[in-house]
Design a protein around this ligand. Sequence first.
Ligand code: NI
Ligand code: MN
Length: 228
Amino acid sequence: MATLKYHGHSCWEIESDGGRVLIDPFLSGNELADVGPEAFDELDAILVTHGHGDHIGDTEIIARNTGALIVTNFEISNYFGAMGLNSHPLHIGGGREFPFGHVKLTIAHHGSSGPSGEYLGTPAGVLFTSHDGKKIYHAGDTALFLDMKLIGEMYGPLDVALLPIGDNFTMNIDDAVKAAEFLGAKVNIPMHYNTFPPIQADPSEFVKKVRDNGGGGRVLDPGETCEI
Ligand code: NI
Ligand code: MN
């Protein structure tokens, strides 16, 4: 069993038999986040999908506070490694078994510049598999792409797909509904909406459209959890 908790924007906490993992911890500066970076004391890993500030977020401070391993692409891994933090580089298409679970980076169509505009490699999605086989796909920031079908086919059945719906920088609702169809996950949960003015979207509209299309979906509000 795994427990998934939403912390707003694209930040998710996964607790499973291997430990506790955080993805894209953008908390400081996000009025919709339910917690701040100080809320974390025991953490095994932080997974970072790309270099943008709303995804790197509080990675540095949380990693310093907890000693969590940062797992991300090669360039972002070097960026945090240069700060003296523990990091492990993966890259697109590559995966690795860690004590806290298996992490594989998948493609994402987006950018990945760092806080000062530095080159931080290519953006990724993350496929997390717990030791007991629960599979969570976090799409990162991305456009809709047909290879999501391949992710569902090769690595499914996925238990959960976390999909951006906010438009402007990523997929919109209709794109994300098609993504849900391609991926075939049991439950599709929206993210990356309403944090900033350009990404306003109605998450219940996403869930309705996913259900009308024969899929499963639900909304988690910041602070809410669901069991997988
Ligand atoms: Ni981004
Ligand atoms: Mn973003």
